[in-house]
Structure formats: C-alpha cells, structure tokens
Design a protein around this ligand. Sequence first.
Ligand code: GLU
Length: 428
Amino acid sequence: MTTKPFNPFEMAQQQFDAVAERLGLDQATRDLLRTPLREYHFNIPVRMDDGSYKVFHGFRIQHNDARGPCKGGIRFHPHETVDTVRALATWMTWKCAVVDIPLGGGKGGVICDPHNLSDREQEGICRGWVRQVARNVGPTQDVPAPDVMTHGQHMLWMMDELERIRGEKLPGFITGKPVGMGGSLGRTEATGHAVIYTVREAMKELGIDIKKSTASIQGSGNVAQYAVDLFTQYGGKVIAIACWDNNDKKAYTYRSEAGIQFDQLMAAVDKFGTISPAKAREYGWQQLPGDAWIEQEVTLLIPAAQEGMITGDNVGKIKPSVKIIAEGANGPTTVDADKVLFERGIFVIPDFLCNAGGVTCSYFEQVQCNMNYYWEKEEVLQKLDQKMTSAFKAVSKLHRDKKIYMRDAAYMIAISRVAEACKLRGWV
Ligand code: GLU
C-alpha cells in the first residue's frame, strides 16, 4: 500500500540508481547524474488586474547538458513542487538521449493556477519568469517549451521578453510557438501521434491487430486528444477517457461503447482539456467516477495526465485484457506498481520513450528556427515517425535480447549515452 506522499524525484532517483548499478557506473558519474547540474528558484512579482501585486514562485532546473542545450517544458500548476520539477528535468535528459537528439534535460515551473488568472496576468508571469533566468537560457543554453497548462501564447510572450532583453531575434530560444510565429507544423499533434507510433510498433511485435483493439485513456489534454486522433485513424476504438473537471473539482471518466471520436472530443473540451458534461450527455457518453478509466476491459491503457497515477493501490484493478500500457504522461507509474506490471508481463512503453514525440518535434522546430526555413507538415510528421520508430525498435530489441523490462532497456540506452557524453567531455 502507498502511504507516503508520492515524490516524483525520489522515484526518478530510485529508477536511476537501479540502472546505474546494472550498468556498473562509477561513483562520480552516479553522483553527477542523480541530481541536477543547476537549479534556479525565484520570485515573480506581478501586478494583478485589480491593481494589487502578487508574488509567484518559479523554477528552472537544468539536469544535464552534456549532449546539448537543456530542453524541456514549463508547467503552470497550483501544486507544483521543486521535487516534481527536478524529476521532470531528469526525465527530459533521458528522453532526449533515448531518441538520440542533441539536447540535454531541463524543466521549469510556476506555482499558479491559470484557471484563475486573466491573460494579462499570465503574460506578466511569463515575462517575469524570463527576466529571472534571462542570462541562463537561450538557443545555445536552455530551450523551454509548453507543458501542463502552458501553450503557444505563453511561449510567444516568453520569446518576446528574451528578445527585448537581448536586443535580437531569437526564435530558437523556445519551442511550441504558434505556427507562423516560429512554430513548427505538426507540433500540436506531435506528442499524441508519437505515442501511437510506439503503440503501433508494439502491437506489430506482440501480434495484436490495432483495428480490433480498444483503449482507455486518462487525461483529455493535448497528448490524449492527438492519441485519440491517430489511434482511431488506425482503426482502434477509444472506449473511455478520464478528465479533470475544474468546475466540480474532481475527475470523471466518460465511457462510450460505440467509441469516442476525435471530432466529438475536440468539440467537448475547453482550452484546459475539461470535457463538458452537457456535450458528453449529448453524445451519449456515460459519466463514471474518475478512477474508472483504469478498470476498463481494453487492450491498451494510456495514462496521459499527471505523474503518480498508477500506484500500488490501484494497479490490481487493471483487467487481464490489458496487454499494453503506453505512458503518455511523465512518471505516471510508481515504482511499486511497476513491479506488479513487470510480474504480470504487461508490455509497458515507458514515458520517456512513449511521449518523446513532443520534444523530438521541438527539436525539429528549433532546427527550422535556426535555419529560418520551415518544413511542410508531412515532412515533420514523417521525420517524427522515423525517429520514434527507430528509438522504439532499439529499446524493444534490448528488452528481448537481454530479457529485461522495457523501462530498464530504455533507461540503459539513455543513461549510457549521457554517461558517455560526460566522460568524453572529461567531466568525470
Ligand atoms: N513538455 C514536453 C515533455 O515533457 C515537451 C518538452 C519540449 O518540447 O521541450 O516532453
């Protein structure tokens, strides 16, 4: 039973320690890689719409940049903690390494709830965040991106602020920007589609017909939405989707035996990904408790919401029909639940491989910005498919050859690459 509050950074370190042991890494390399290289913690004073001032707390954590500039999103969340950001920065290092892009790992956050902030107040937070780290970020140092509750408009305000400070155009400073303002076509679809590229490859290897498969998804934000899009395009059926309802301050699972369609989902969600109960009723979707998504009789589960969602407490509810878990979210499975999945032989596509499509497309965006030449959407998505498929194949080959868990195989590839880069640079 899980009794202690979930700490993602402890989990990231436990995962790292186990693999470092298996790889026989020397002590200095372990010390270097199990904690971030640099951390920035700062206050962001903002003048609110009513004329008062409020101080928000922000972070940027740079875990490792041996393979290239740090890369990773910025989250706006009322329950943000420094340990969550540390864990996510660490996972970004492994994510960029496993798909073999020349970037390191970073993550940022601000403790705030955008639901209760006007656009002008959010702009104040974005600009204030950049002012606090302006010397430590940029195209060759650290390149942020969107994450939980941040999107293209936030990125653009941040880019504009850095350009004002530096007095030059720097579109390669930040990714996930709107198309036409330095953004890449395909970035909106990238993470969700890439989750399904890995599912497609896993199903091929396991001999599962995607057209006869069903899925239950936790989350209804960008990743979940575009996972629904491609999975249904491939002929699969999404029968349940769970979402956080900010009005009721609780989660619901919506279930449809006929299958949830992408167009319906897009018409039902607001900008934070909350599904309108009225729309769900109109479509005939049944409203169930928030945790019902995990106990559906499906082939595939996609946790695509937050960290720490599949735990020792609820892992037992997963039905024997479930053959694959594709981790669209970062860190959705706790270490104790992971052991159970391994023992049950469920094929897990680990988070930092499964959801690496976002950062891979961000890398393409950065390349396009630096060249000042933009590609067609088909070209972006085709390059993304290639990168994801080859990363998936390398991990699953190691998993089969060495008979090790998929997460361990992904970790072994990623950590070896980063350790090697640190060694070649003469750091350790
Ligand atoms: N926030 C996304 C992630 O966790 C994307 C990061 C990026 O594009 O840099 O992978």
